[in-house]
Design a protein around this ligand. Structure first.
Ligand code: M6R
Length: 624
């Protein structure tokens, strides 16, 4: 969703801000803008009480709807900018207009603010300010922030920001600059991430490390309730009550090329093709052949506690929820632990029962999804233990959970999640193995499971070799307006995920269903114009799924089957067939999702869609 970047230091701020915004594009946005401070000449007079002695400083704000390229086109080439802030906006309050884009200024034009999140009580604040004569230039909730800061400003920007924060209900990550405070940015966080980038004689502030990784790898993650002041010489963090807060400097471990496309036309294709390596990374160092189990030290739970787990719940959204559904299914069947995957947005408001022996997993690629985070906090409030399964290191969910597993897929830039999904599966499979081995899975069965798990990256690589065939299939059907995706057992969540991938990047309407459900309604949709994609492995449910395929064929519906190599019967029923390498049926979720990712990708390409940044979507959904 929205993105923030800020810079103070000896270099020109403008190009650094524009580059940072470009790197934040993947989060999804519809307008962008920058505010840079232009230093005037020094003065003996000084401004308001306590303000630094400076005069003639001014802020220049430039903002534009559309892509960063549109903003870049209206930013004067030689605009210096001695310090500044930038923003990518994903509209919530107020339409997509230049006026609603951030940064927003206070009425005097001296204070500029960029804001991620939502100020829920902005209406009464706006009315109060309007009564005092403030005229607003936008329809946003954000514009109350600079105006309220201005009301408290008496020369100390940090103090004014802290005083204003006391009025806001809702969520925010903000960066604030003042014309009379050259080289200084105040940031504050409550529910929307902010990270400080520590450079040599320069400092950055951003909502996401990708915005500053080309300048520094040393970062400091802010927590809710913290305020930071950055200046070229350093940073200081305090609570809103002025109490100093000591922060640890973390080192970003991934490389710049992880967030660049390389030779691929799109991030999504790159990320699909990275899966053999990303799955291997998720497994690396976590398999213990000696005990035929998994080593997951980050869970922070002792053996007794792990053995006593009576029920597992996964909390997640979107693709991560689908990974959770697969994980829960496997846990039940292999470790015999009752397990379920819950939609975070529903769970939070359901007043969930939190049993003492339950273990909760918050599964999230970004680790910032508001629905998942709030659901997790609700469970924690009721005494539940929540572990995180996250990709982004240092993300809020990772930091607020009692322990967990990083999936190590590397930065995922395309809005449509692909490699994070298979890495989440890897983490959940490892946890299942550990639980099963603590219960009644034999050493021999444990070793067989490990062998099959270690074979996954190779099998995924083979599937990727079928790229051209999958492109052919996608081309043939890309002009359909509706698709059905069908599977049973562990393949049901794979069908859901296949449908989600197709709809989000190609905008083709797609429904995922359990194959057994089609006769209860969806079969009415079947026609020669509506292709059905079946995921049909050689497991105990194969015959049942074949019957469902025949039901569709009998009604004139085209069938695409993703099955197992050499399955002549499935191939003969389907109009188009793609086979994945034969293997242990429990591991087909890894291999069978890949053809669905590629079919969705090639359909979107065929239709000329913006694959990496589909309309209306954001990579990290930080509002409810
Ligand atoms: O970052 P998260 O895994 O928590 O995100 C959850 C969903 O927003 C995400 O999976 C979304 O559904 C993707 N667009 C799927 O491709």
């Amino acid at each position: 969703m929205c993105g923030i970047v800020g810079y103070v230091g000896p270099r020109r701020a403008t190009p650094i801000l524009l580059e940072g915004l470009k790197r934040l594009e993947y989060r999804g946005y519809d307008s962008a803008g920058i505010a840079v401070g232009l230093a005037g000449s020094a003065s003996e007079e000084g401004g308001a009480k306590g303000a630094p002695k400076a005069s003639g400083n001014r802020l220049q704000v430039i903002k534009k709807i559309g892509k960063i390229a549109a903003l870049r086109a209206v930013v004067p080439k030689d605009l210096p900018g001695d310090w500044g802030i930038g923003h990518t906006r994903w509209a919530t309050h107020g339409g997509v207009t230049d006026a609603n884009a951030h940064p927003h200024l206070d009425a005097s034009g001296k204070i500029a603010v960029v804001h991620n999140g939502i100020i829920e009580n902005y209406r009464p604040l706006r009315e109060m300010l309007e009564k005092d004569g403030v005229r607003f230039a936008s329809e946003t909730d954000t514009e109350v922030i600079p105006n309220l800061i201005a009301r408290y400003y008496e020369g100390d920007l940090e103090a004014a920001v802290k005083a204003a924060l006391g009025h806001f209900e809702g969520t925010y990550g903000i960066a604030v600059i003042h014309a009379d405070h050259p080289g200084l940015i105040v940031g504050a966080r409550n529910g929307s991430p902010l990270v400080v980038g520590v450079g040599e004689g320069e400092m950055l502030l951003a909502s996401d490390v990708t915005a500053m990784i080309s300048h520094t790898r040393q970062v400091v993650y802010l927590n809710d309730g913290e305020v930071v002041v950055i200046e070229p010489s350093g940073y200081r963090t305090t609570g809103r009550d002025d109490r100093p807060v000591d922060k640890k400097v973390d080192q970003v471990t991934w490389e710049l090329n992880n967030i660049e496309k390389g030779d691929y036309p799109c991030y999504m294709e790159k990320e699909i093709f990275e899966q053999p390596e990303s799955i291997a990374r998720a497994l690396s160092g976590r398999i213990d052949r000696e005990t035929a189990s998994a080593k997951l030290g980050g869970l922070n739970l002792d053996k007794r506690r792990l053995r006593e787990v009576g029920r597992v719940h996964v909390i997640a959204a979107g693709t991560s929820w689908h990974a959770g559904l697969v994980g829960a299914g496997l846990l039940e069947s292999l470790a015999r632990i009752p397990a379920s995957a819950e939609l975070a947005s529903e769970l939070r408001y359901r007043n969930p029962v939190v049993e003492k022996d339950s273990l909760w997993f918050a599964v999230s690629q970004s680790g910032e999804t508001a629905d998942t985070l709030y659901a997790m906090r609700e469970i924690q409030r009721k005494g539940g233990t929540v572990l995180g399964v996250c990709n982004v290191v240092g993300s809020t969910i990772a930091r607020e959970s009692e322990g967990g597993v990083y999936v190590h897929s590397g930065p995922e830039i395309a809005v449509a999640s692909t490699k994070a999904f298979t890495s989440q599966l890897a983490a959940l499979y490892l946890f299942t193995l550990q639980q099963a081995r603590m219960r009644d899975l034999s050493m021999e069965e444990g070793l067989r499971f490990i062998e099959a798990l270690e074979a996954v990256p190779g099998a995924v690589k083979k599937v990727l070799g079928g790229r051209d065939e999958l492109q052919r299939i996608a081309k043939k059907y890309s002009h359909a307006t509706d698709f059905l995706f069908l599977g049973r057992g562990l393949m049901y969540p794979i069908a859901l995920e296949g449908a989600l991938k197709l709809k989000e990047i190609s905008y083709i309407h797609a429904e995922g269903y359990a194959s057994g459900e089609i006769k209860h309604g969806p079969i009415a949709l079947v026609s020669p114009e509506v292709p059905s994609v079946f995921v049909v492995p050689d497991d105990g449910l194969r015959e049942k799924t074949i019957s469902n395929m025949r039901e569709i064929k009998a009604r004139g519906g085209p069938v695409i089957a993703i099955g197992v190599e050499g399955d002549g019967e499935v191939a003969s029923i389907a109009d188009d067939f793609f086979g994945v390498p034969k293997g242990d049926p429990r591991f087909y979720p890894f291999t069978m999702i890949v053809p669905l990712q590629l079919i969705a990708y090639f359909c979107a390409l065929e239709l000329g869609r913006d694959v990496d940044q589909p309309r209306n979507l954001a990579k990290s959904v930080t509002v409810e």
